[in-house]
Design a protein around this ligand. Structure first.
Ligand code: FUL
Length: 685
């Protein structure tokens, strides 16, 4: 199949072996966004709204056979959601119309597994409509998430039949709910009841979108918007939008449209000169294509609302880092705020979003630059931009934009400021693109210089800003050492730290590390008297810990250990969470001798979180206890749902309290077929 068979509606450039580096740079710099991609990127801030069956069944991924009756929604207030996000400056909202469980939030004609059979409004409800109407009311753009993977649909896996079903549902959503700005498909995929893996008819799916909503971008498993590659809110230092794409080879061996990249989407580098050269050599079918990144991340550890995560809503610090790493790193932010069981954005999340919006307004309200002149001067091999400030001031934030309608060109640049009559280098950075925002150490200056040291042709800087953003009263950091001592550190000097160990509001003054051997959760916050801070209270943060593993020993492991020089004991027991890779056995298991009989109500598992290794995490586990290391009783077995993309700490309670001296953790299935990585395990009292 040739590219002409699918109207990708944007310019692209073929690359080939004969291309020199200069040719490749010119080709890459000549690629520009489509009108839709540009409008989409200019939105900057958007939200994801995960709400559905999982909100009620307390899951991240649904299960087969969950009855409609479990969807117990009675109250539903999308106007509250959209009002909150609008006031904080978000421009679009993507509603989860159907997640992997297949339950439809609108009364689809094609299935009974929908809201029409739920108690909500006696089966007369349509939540998609209510969200779309709320968006219209507050002038926020409306987008849809429709999961291609469907755990409960009987035709799933029967490729042609399911493609028809899916396109029928997509058609309902694209015709009955007004304008849609984004259609979001993720890549999760499973086997159907017939044991076969579904093959999606992407071409027909995308053509349906182009036909029914020509102003919608198709994201992730779509040609217009690219997944940044992780769900942790991390963008790249160098984020190129024109990147090489290869043709997808289907199971039948044919090459189809350019849906996914020729490189690895999760990789650190998708578009540098080195990558261009490598891809040009690789495959005659490779092209360069405008593919802007989207950072999708949740404000809580999970994508759906879980009451136990109420104290785990991201701090303002964290949200701002995500903002700089997305909007400020040439990407768009899609921040998930999951409504709760009452159909409302929970107070904790609402407060944080309000604070986030207020901080951004304050930080960017006064541009200290004297002029808006963006003309650059050539100095040797570099281009420079001199920025004079209206008066001497403290500065700690710089913003730069490139006119991407003329192509993304800046590869590397430096920021300097005149301090005591001499230029001092403040930062050395990669790529600008749509926007770059750089938080800096505070300096006192009235002159800033941007030196572009490497670029793909003459760059066009379209705007800049220099700011003195309010300092945050940063969140405290809590840690426990291997002897059980808890240390709490505040980032602001002269801050008073308060903590609690009984789930209450932190009120005990912290003076020195204290012993805590039990399992539980430590909460802490800090107060500061500094009047220059954005707020005098740091957010409350918490650390969940299992029982201290004082006498634990690894006594057996049925598989080869890779990853030397690390030792198995260090990996699984200590606080270090490096990679531990087992191979040569698809079901590795580890047995611990805990030194004495231990009673536990559940367990905490910290998976491998290193960005390139979490593809090796355990997916399905079994955990068991024994008194004699011979006869083991299974305490629990299950699946760490979305661990592949979102490797957060897993806290699992057993049905009944279990006990024993020996503990076994077994990987029933890993994310990777050949290798499994173990993180850290501990028990809950
Ligand atoms: C992932 C899904 O598996 C998660 O549940 C969530 O919907 C996220 C946005 O995409 O791939």
């Amino acid at each position: 199949m040739d590219i002409s068979d699918f109207d990708i509606s944007q310019d692209y450039k073929k690359i080939c072996k004969e291309d020199t580096l200069k040719d490749l740079q010119e080709k890459a710099a000549s690629i520009v966004p489509t009108k839709l991609q540009l409008e989409w990127q200019e939105m900057e801030l958007t939200v994801f709204l995960h709400y559905g069956m999982n909100t009620f069944s307390n899951a991240e991924w649904g299960r087969k056979g969950t009855p409609v009756s479990e969807f117990a929604a009675e109250n539903f207030d999308p106007e509250q959601w959209i009002k909150i996000i609008k006031e904080a400056g978000f421009k679009g909202a993507i509603f989860n119309c159907k997640h992997h469980d297949g339950f439809c939030m609108w009364p689809s004609k094609y299935t009974d597994y929908s809201i029409k059979n739920a108690i909500y409004k006696n089966g007369k409800g349509d939540m998609v409509k209510e969200v779309a109407n709320a968006c219209k009311k507050y002038d926020v753009k409306f987008g849809i998430y429709l999961s291609p993977w469907d755990i409960n649909e009987k035709t799933y896996g029967d490729s042609d039949a399911y493609n028809e079903y899916f396109i029928n549902q997509l058609t309902e959503l694209l015709t009955n709910y007004g304008d849609i700005y984004e259609v979001w498909f993720d890549g999760a995929c499973g086997e159907g009841p017939n044991g076969k893996t579904q093959e999606y008819d992407w071409i027909s799916i995308f053509n349906t979108i182009k036909r029914l909503q020509p102003n919608a971008v198709a994201s992730i498993m779509g040609p217009d918007v690219r997944w940044v590659g992780n769900e942790a809110g991390k963008g790249r230092q160098a984020e190129w939008s024109a990147i090489p794409y290869g043709k997808v080879v289907t199971k039948k061996g044919e090459k189809k449209a350019y849906i996914t990249t020729g490189g690895d989407l999760c990789g650190e580098d998708l578009g540098s000169d080195e990558v261009l050269l490598e891809q040009a050599q690789k495959d005659t079918d490779n092209i360069l294509y405008w593919s802007p990144a989207q950072v999708d991340v949740s404000i809580r550890p999970g994508w759906f609302y879980h009451e136990m995560e109420d104290k785990k809503v991201r701090s303002l610090d964290d949200l701002l880092n995500i903002y700089y790493s997305s909007v400020g790193s040439n990407a768009q932010l899609l921040l998930n705020i999951p409504p709760d069981k009452n159909g409302r954005i929970n107070d904790v999340d609402a407060e944080r979003i309000e604070e986030f919006g207020r901080y951004l307004k304050r930080a960017f309200e006064k541009n200290l630059a004297k002029t808006t002149n963006t003309a650059i001067t050539k100095e040797g091999d570099c281009y420079t931009l001199d920025i004079k400030l209206s008066e001497k001031s403290d500065i700690n934030l710089i913003m730069l934009t490139e006119d991407i309608t003329k192509g993304q060109k800046v590869d590397s640049f430096k920021i300097l400021a005149k301090v005591e009559n001499e230029y001092k280098e403040l930062a050395s950075c990669r790529t600008i693109g749509y926007k770059k925002i750089l938080p800096l150490e505070k300096v006192w200056t009235d002159e800033v210089k941007i030196v572009i040291t490497k670029s793909r042709g003459i760059p066009t800087i379209s705007s800049f800003g220099v700011y003195n953003a309010p300092t945050l009263n940063s969140a405290v950091i809590i840690s426990r050492d291997d002897d059980g001592y808890i240390t709490i550190k505040a980032s602001t000097k002269a801050a008073e730290i308060y903590y609690s160990i009984d789930n209450s509001t932190p009120k005990t003054l912290y003076t020195e590390p204290f012993l805590f051997k039990d399992s539980g959760e430590i909460f802490a916050t800090a107060n500061s008297k500094d009047s220059n801070l954005f707020s005098d209270k740091a957010p409350i943060v918490s650390l969940k810990v299992g029982m201290l593993k004082e006498n634990w020993k690894v006594i057996s492991c049925n598989s080869t250990v890779l990853g030397a020089p690390y030792k198995l004991e260090d990996m699984v027991l200590d606080n270090a969470c490096h990679t531990m890779v087992y191979t040569g056995n698809s079901n590795p298991e580890i047995v611990f001798d805990m030194g004495k009989n231990v009673k536990a109500k559940g367990f905490i598992y910290i998976p491998i979180t290193h960005i390139f290794d979490f593809v090796y995490n355990i997916f399905e586990y079994e955990i068991s206890f024994s008194d004699d290391n011979e006869h083991f009783t299974v305490a629990d077995s299950g699946r760490f749902d979305n661990i592949k993309n979102n490797p957060t700490t897993q806290e699992i309670m057993f049905k009944n309290e279990c006990e024993g001296r020996y503990l076994k953790i077994k990987s029933i299935r890993g994310l990777d077929e050949k290798q499994v990585a173990f993180g850290k395990i501990s028990l809950i009292k």
